[in-house]
Design a protein around this ligand. Structure first.
Ligand SMILES: C=C(O[C@@H]1C=C(C(=O)O)C=C[C@H]1O)C(=O)O
Length: 270
């Protein structure tokens, strides 16, 4: 049975079950989903890189909008989440809101997501850290300095980036669940001892991390190259610096995914 490459397929796969495991949840299929999410992240960053930094989106209160007391980015994220909550986005265990307080309930019949995670998963949300990483560290790295006044489009593009990064990083819950199911005898003692370092060691695969960094760098090269019909390709002229994508994964995305894994495992036997 082929392993699925994207989230929707992943859920169908989990629901239908796979021969390898009673629940259909295997590390290979979870990793396939992470690989597919790389495409989304790289594309979204390329889209955001079309605009300069546009710092008023983050730094200034959006005074023109009645009832808005934070930045324009906060306003757009809150409004987007509110709309998406109504159509059931946050019923999915893959999705974690940036502003969980005061979200409206779904107005559509909820999709019956398979319960593959321990219920404690719902209490893990590191979006504040992801927000700060994105705004303070990442944006200044991959956008050019400047202000072109395109604040609405810029902030809309940020929403896509933030949501894709959040989904990827919180996917650590699924990664941790499969790793635990594959080796409860290894994880059990470290969980009972609440030993973060031991858990971190158990769940880390350095060779996989190296491969991920190389692959996302290559994706940034392929997706962000200038495409010409003639012989002369614009080699080396990328829409998004590939080494920054590799750095994003090495310094933030993978460490934060592992933090989520540790947090989940610490609660796995509650
Ligand atoms: C996600 C996994 O766990 C860890 C985190 C990784 C990541 O975030 O990409 C990669 C390898 C592991 O060290 C995994 O094993 O695939």
């Amino acid at each position: 049975m082929a392993t699925p490459a994207c989230s929707e397929d992943f859920w169908r796969f989990v629901k239908n079950g796979a021969p390898d495991n009673a629940n259909g949840l295997i590390l290979e299929s979870v990793r396939e989903s992470l690989i597919r999410q790389e495409d989304t992240i790289v594309f979204n960053l390329i889209e955001r890189a079309k605009f300069p930094l546009n710092s008023p989106v983050y730094d200034e209160p959006c005074a023109q909008i009645p009832g808005c007391c934070g930045s324009l980015l906060e306003f757009i994220v809150k409004e987007t989440e509110s709309l998406q909550a109504k159509v059931g986005r946050y019923e999915s265990p893959e999705e974690n809101p940036f502003f969980p307080d005061a979200l409206p309930p779904p107005v559509v019949t909820p999709y019956n997501y398979p319960q593959v995670l321990h219920p404690a998963a719902a209490s893990i949300n590191i979006n504040k850290t992801i927000w700060n990483m994105y705004v303070k560290e990442l944006l200044p790295l991959f956008t050019v300095q400047g202000d072109d006044g395109n604040y609405g489009s810029t902030a809309s593009s940020d929403v896509q980036c933030l949501q894709a990064l959040s989904r990827r990083i919180h996917y650590g819950k699924f990664v941790a669940e499969v790793k635990f199911r594959d080796a409860p005898q290894d994880y059990g003692p470290a969980i009972r001892a609440q030993d973060r370092d031991a858990l971190m060691k158990l769940l880390t695969f350095e060779s996989v991390e190296e491969m991920v960094k190389r692959r996302v760098e290559k994706k940034a090269m392929v997706f962000g190259q200038e495409v010409n019909l003639g012989d002369r390709g614009d080699k080396g002229n990328y829409k998004l610096d590939p080494s920054i994508v590799s750095r994003l994964y090495g310094e933030w995305v993978m460490p934060l995914t592992k933090d989520v894994q540790v947090e989940y495992l610490l609660r796995r036997l509650d």
